[in-house]
Design a protein around this ligand. Structure first.
Ligand SMILES: [Zn+2]
Length: 456
């Protein structure tokens, strides 16, 4: 993978997300006909704005396109010899046909007119506890051990948070599905099933085994979760729950840095558009037009997590593989497996660095009720899982209340929502929350600047 190229800072988003080429049940060719529902639902102007501002700022995708005011032909190859799909544009805004989206748009949500105590009634939320965890955590390269602390397995931690969030969203009226409930894979396949494919790619020895494992726990597992959501649930919103770590965490390396980030599907890299499945997902995400809702969710999550853990932003800015979504530095555009392959609006949460001593001390203290003095974190805290879950629940409640309960103020426009409303020519000016900007620029990330419930 293009790990060193893609990751600008010393930090790395969970690598399970960067799935690779074709394989077992992962399709060899894309279901292009599923895009038929979007015929004449978008103008060329809006299409190109979304394409060049968000989904492929490098514009390399144009080598696969033949575009005019009437339609865009999407080719299978750079030589433009085989057509995958032709999308007809609406001639103008007024003549756009209504698209049938798989999720509830903001106007669908407005029409729910929910009571204030049940803002999520009629809303389907999918929670994806990142990774598999348990006995698979070592293979996933998602467990860390250092000093005298017990092992931290990210997949298990993500499950703790997700299971705390689920009943609370249900209490607010939501229908909630977890992509998995235990530390076991959804896919029935195992690494052995991918050995032949990895061997055919010319790999051998340890590299062969690692590639086969990656096809299992990364590419296939994430694809299966997406298929489960698409075929069995049809979520109105997906949240993928992760704890982050820096790149060297696998070797037990500690960092004193500690940050948060949210990821939204965007910024397909110049080479990433060469894969048919990824081109398909690029256009299916673009045509889904979920990015304003994703940006609003990222903003809401930012507001809420900073109340309980005011850490700086892990902001990737403009690179070949990342882009800002709006001027909230915590919101990053990136082509990741969950954000790419889950149906409907999706935000991936990457909170804390597990290989930071303060985070690790709190994580290894486990989940508990009330507050507790945590030696290694130098203060008295709620459980870190409780802080995480609380932030997610509050963010979802606040945002959906604005969308579904009549008379509640609408969320402040993000850059995306504003440009959306103003048309494709509008440029980026609107604000992230003041607290997000402040935390992004002023926090020192030292333990003393964090917010324990009270010092002992
Ligand atoms: Zn992760």
């Amino acid at each position: 993978m293009t790990r060193s190229k893609t990751i600008r800072a010393a930090t790395v988003i969970c690598l399970c997300l960067l799935s690779a080429s074709t394989g077992h049940a992962y399709p060899k060719s894309a279901p292009w006909s599923e895009l038929e529902r979007y015929q004449e639902t978008i103008t060329r102007k809006e299409f190109e704005h979304l394409l060049t501002r968000f989904y492929n700022p490098s514009k390399v995708i144009y080598r696969y396109l033949d575009i005019n005011d009437q339609r865009v032909i999407i080719y299978n190859d750079r030589g433009n010899s085989k057509i995958d799909f032709t999308l007809r544009f609406a001639p103008n805004e007024a003549s756009k046909k209504p698209a049938s989206f798989t999720y509830k748009t903001v106007s669908d949500l407005n029409a729910l007119r929910n009571p204030p105590n049940k803002p999520l009634q009629g809303v389907k939320i999918a929670l994806d506890p990142g990774h598999i965890g348990g006995k698979w955590a070592s293979m996933e390269e998602r467990q860390i051990s250092w000093a005298s602390y017990p092992l931290i397995r990210e997949g298990d931690a993500n499950l703790i948070v997700s299971k705390k969030v689920k009943p609370r969203l249900e209490e607010l009226g939501a229908t909630v599905m977890l992509t998995h409930e235990i530390s076991e894979p959804l896919t029935p396949t195992r690494p052995e099933d991918y050995m032949a494919e990895a061997r055919a790619e010319g790999r051998s020895g340890g590299a062969l085994r690692r590639q086969a494992e990656m096809y299992f726990y990364r590419r296939e597992e994430i694809y299966q979760r997406g298929q489960l959501l698409k075929n069995k649930f049809r979520p109105d919103f997906n949240l993928s729950i992760h704890f982050n770590a820096t790149e060297l965490s696998g070797g037990g390396t500690i960092t004193h840095d500690n940050r948060h980030a949210f990821f939204i599907n965007a910024a397909f890299g110049p080479d990433e558009v060469d894969r048919e499945m990824w081109r398909y997902f690029l256009f299916s995400k673009l045509l889904e037009r979920s990015i304003p809702m994703e940006a609003a969710m990222g903003d809401s999550l930012t507001e809420e997590i900073l109340k309980v853990a005011p850490l700086r932003a892990n902001a990737y800015a403009w690179t070949k593989y990342t882009c800002p979504i709006n001027d909230n530095p915590y919101n990053n555009g990136r082509n990741l497996a969950m954000t790419r392959e889950f149906p409907g609006p999706t935000v991936l949460c990457e909170l804390f660095y597990m290989n930071n001593p303060w985070t690790a001390a709190r994580m290894t203290a486990g989940d508990y009720a009330g507050t507790k003095y945590i030696e290694g974190a130098g203060g008295t805290y709620r459980s870190i899982y409780e802080d995480y879950a609380d932030a997610v629940v509050n963010a979802v409640r606040r945002l959906f209340t604005q969308w579904t309960v009549e008379g509640y103020p609408k969320p402040p426009p993000t850059v995306v929502t504003k440009s959306w409303e103003a048309g494709p020519d509008a440029l980026t000016t609107v604000a992230a929350s003041a607290s997000a900007r402040h935390a992004a620029t002023h926090s020192t990330n030292e333990v003393a600047h964090l917010l324990p419930v009270k010092k002992r």
